[in-house]
Design a protein around this ligand. Structure first.
Ligand SMILES: C[S@@+](CC[C@H](N)C(=O)[O-])C[C@H]1O[C@@H](n2cnc3c(N)ncnc32)[C@H](O)[C@@H]1O
Length: 301
């Protein structure tokens, strides 16, 4: 099934090519890097003065950013726990980022002790950390791949060493689809949706801002990557063809919270998040039909 679909699905590499080129052009501590700026906001130690300066500059413009990043990480942990509770024992973390606590394999193994995890990223520094700190036990791999190419990711030998895509998986897009424009993000999620086995889950979170002027300013000031301000409707479309579980697309902190629901506060910035499950809908249509459906659902440029 993966081989057939690999031919049917185009690689979505044209979009955001500049971002990937910047990520893979080598290690330069003097240039802000998206994984390291995020690590700074999470109070991590794997960042440099240029990353901290960029992180601080953005916090001055929008102070809740640090809360949003933490809410994102907490959501991903809860969603992975949920997936493991549904008896999923394979997890693919796309755009894994620098190690954070708990790591995906730790959260998954708290429920499924034999859970296997592939950490996928295209940043060689992230991969070096993943190999040294995460992929140290059986069933955990660091995979050097571009998440925009679903067939290449799922066919990658390092991923195949721990993941069998013919059986249900949980695919995680944590805080990464906002680095693709909405059309590319839709094509990428549809690509994975087409290749995943029935019974699989997809976890998505993206950072958004309701204030267009503020979003524009944040995007301009964020030099580590191109950030796209997706709408709630965009995020819902990323799940097209999947059945939403829990509350649907919602604020990350309101997705099946483990503690009492925090009071609603009016904030322009959000992490919109959700979890979708793949029933057997994709078996009812071919990739070509699905691609046609995808083309129709996007608004014109
Ligand atoms: C903000 S971090 C997200 C960290 C983590 N997923 C989380 O939710 O906490 C984004 C990561 O995505 C990676 N990334 C961005 N675009 C990518 C691409 N096209 N292919 C693979 N990795 C990518 C970056 O290198 C970075 O490590």
């Amino acid at each position: 099934m993966v081989a057939d679909a690999a031919e049917a699905w185009p690689v979505v590499l044209r979009q955001s090519g500049a971002v990937l080129a910047a990520m893979t052009s080598g290690f330069d501590p003097s240039v802000p890097n998206m994984a390291r700026v995020y690590n700074y906001w999470l109070d991590g130690k794997d960042n440099f003065p240029a990353d901290r300066a960029e992180g601080e500059r953005l916090l001055e413009i929008y102070p809740p950013l640090r809360d949003l990043v933490r809410e994102n990480r907490a959501f991903v942990t809860r969603a992975v726990t949920y997936g493991a509770e549904q008896r999923i024992s394979q997890f693919i973390d796309l755009g894994a980022g620098l190690p954070a606590s708990p790591a995906i394999h730790q959260a998954a193994r708290a429920v499924q002790p034999d859970a296997r995890v592939a950490y996928v990223d295209a940043d060689r520094v992230v991969l070096a950390h993943a190999r040294a700190l995460l992929a140290t036990s059986d069933g955990v791999a660091a995979v050097d791949a571009d998440l925009r190419d679903p067939a290449a990711v799922l066919g990658h030998p390092d991923l195949r060493a721990v993941i069998d895509p013919a059986t249900p998986v949980c695919v995680i897009f944590g805080a990464v689809l906002h680095f693709l424009d909405a059309d590319a993000a839709c094509a990428v999620t549809a690509g994975y949706g087409c290749l995943m086995a029935p019974g699989s889950y997809m976890i998505i979170s993206v950072a958004c801002n309701d204030d267009e002027a503020l979003a524009k300013r944040l995007s301009e000031e964020y030099t580590a990557a191109t950030w796209h301000n997706h709408t709630r409707e965009d995020v819902a479309e990323f799940f097209d063809g999947l059945e939403m579980v829990g509350p649907g697309v919602t604020e990350a902190k309101h997705w099946r919270p483990w503690t009492a629901e925090p009071a609603l506060c009016s904030r322009q910035g959000h992490v919109l998040a959700g979890v979708g499950s793949l029933r057997d809908l994709h078996e009812l249509e071919t990739p070509a039909q699905s691609r046609g459906r995808g083309a129709g659902r996007r608004r014109p440029p």
